[in-house]
Ligand binder design. Structure first.
Ligand SMILES: NC(=O)c1ccc[n+]([C@@H]2O[C@H](COP(=O)([O-])OP(=O)(O)OC[C@H]3O[C@@H](n4cnc5c(N)ncnc54)[C@H](O)[C@@H]3O)[C@@H](O)[C@H]2O)c1
Length: 432
């Protein structure tokens, strides 16, 4: 019998375990909202003072989070930029960013910073869970090695890894209905981790160790990146052969087995798919393996904004217009539909390329008021009632549901469609 394990198990069962969440972005705040709905006392920690000030007032900092749900957090949750509340917590969950550097190596600044800051507030009996997406070995190398000097891991302190799988903008795959992978430093750690997540969501799947869980999360995202790279390459070939890639996909889907459909686009965006695969290719070099599929799909996906530029140039030329000084409207700059996230969005690259070709570019996105190109030029979104006729070319980059596609098709002179929304219904549509 182990009193630390027993005490934590009882608290988890009775929803009395206090939870500190470090990093209140898409992942951390989604989790906090779920815990709050279940009546769990939480501490929300973030270095971004603006976010903390808004959350303290019960206000969401973006439109991904519902006003009502965030407003309800005020009653029970304590928000702070300080890490002190960790000493009052039973469970500490890290949901920090894990970006890559320009050279595509892991940038563990946030994780290392948090690791340093949490140490003075840790105590026996706590469970630590890392949820950030990261390379295999991170939990052991960064956290366990340090913690094992002070604690008897698995007996008086528990270390776990459980990757998040949220899908911003998608109302079907909710946190509570998506199976959660759980893993731990030891059997006891894994058991506690499993019991905790079983108490807050529908289904968990345990794997044998921390590195397997870390690898699984990366594999899921690499699977997407590689398949998107493949379909983007198919699109380029179809284009050369004068075939419609969307017709090919619809036909291939009728097979019913051995085929999963992926769709081409203007390039990858978001914090996950363009970034995470490189966490594994970086680590695999340590094992003398070159991750070829990761590099190749990254290359194809990164080249898509250039393909779009080329389509724009050709479509304008066919209409006796030049890219130089052409009046171009970019529709949608978010990296995917119906969200206000522009991280790594291919729209930014496309606009940058158009500006360097001296086009007169404007954009409209109902979710994003302003953007910065190359960290310098600031652009503001046009307002809702746009005269599509006044542009030489309209390029659909993000297919938000809010757009009036009939009007766009009717009024635009030329459309470059990167999302297959119009599927060449008209002579003026160019699939890109
Ligand atoms: N967004 C997604 O769809 C998604 C899905 C699954 C997994 N993930 C992974 O989850 C992790 C978090 O992603 P996210 O999208 O929530 O990131 P995010 O950028 O939206 O949020 C991270 C938060 O951490 C805060 N932060 C940064 N450094 C900090 C520090 N030292 N101390 C305290 N707070 C700090 C930031 O201010 C920000 O609010 C990443 O590893 C990501 O790859 C993201």
């Amino acid at each position: 019998m182990n009193r630390y394990i027993d005490q934590l198990r009882i608290k988890i069962k009775q929803k009395k375990a206090k939870v500190a969440i470090v990093g209140l972005g898409y992942v951390g705040l989604s989790l906090l909202i779920r815990l709050n709905e279940l009546g769990v006392k939480c501490y929300g920690i973030d270095i971004d003072k603006k976010k903390i000030d808004l959350l303290k007032k019960g206000l969401p900092y973006n439109n991904f989070f519902s006003k009502n749900k965030v407003n309800r957090l005020k009653i029970k949750t304590v928000f702070s930029t300080s890490y002190q509340s960790i000493k009052k917590s039973d469970i500490i969950i890290i949901c920090l960013p894990t970006p890559i550097t320009k050279n595509k190596d892991p940038d563990m600044k946030s994780i290392n910073d948090a690791n340093k800051k949490i140490q003075p507030f840790l105590k026996k009996g706590q469970m630590f869970i890392l949820e950030s997406t990261t390379y295999p070995g991170t939990t052991n190398e960064i956290f366990c090695e340090k913690l094992s000097k002070k604690y008897d891991l698995g007996n008086n302190f528990f270390v776990c890894y459980s990757p998040e799988r949220i899908d911003p903008g998608n109302n079907y795959n909710k946190l509570e209905t998506t199976t959660k992978i759980v893993s731990g430093f030891s059997k006891n750690c894994k058991k506690l981790c499993k019991e905790f997540y079983q108490s807050i969501l529908n289904d968990v799947h345990e794997v044998s160790n921390l590195r397997t869980a870390e690898f699984t999360k990366l594999y899921e995202n690499i699977y997407r990146s590689v398949n998107i790279g493949l379909i983007n390459e198919m699109k380029i070939i179809c284009d050369k052969m004068n075939l419609n890639i969307y017709e090919v996909i619809e036909a291939a889907k009728t097979k019913g087995f051995g085929f999963s459909s992926f769709y081409p686009g203007p390039g990858l965006g978001g914090h996950c798919i363009p970034v995470d695969p490189f966490l594994l290719s970086w680590k695999s070099k340590e094992f003398d393996v070159q991750a070829k599929f990761i590099g190749l799909s990254g290359e194809i996906n990164d080249s898509m904004p250039y393909f779009v530029l080329n389509k724009i140039v050709t479509a304008l030329n066919k209409n006796k217009k030049s890219i130089k000084s052409a009046k171009i409207l970019i529709l949608g700059v978010a990296y995917k539909k119906n969200i206000d996230d522009i991280r790594e969005s291919p729209a930014l690259k496309i606009i940058d390329l158009l500006l360097s070709n001296h086009s007169n570019v404007q954009y409209y996105d109902p979710f994003i008021n302003k953007i910065r190109i190359n960290g310098k030029k600031e652009m503001k979104s046009l307002k809702k009632n746009i005269s599509f006729k006044s542009f030489d070319l309209v390029c659909l980059v993000t297919d938000h549901d809010l757009f009036d596609y009939d009007k766009i098709l009717k009024d635009s002179k030329i459309i470059v469609d990167t999302r297959g929304k119009f599927q060449a219904k008209s002579y003026k549509v160019h699939i890109s």
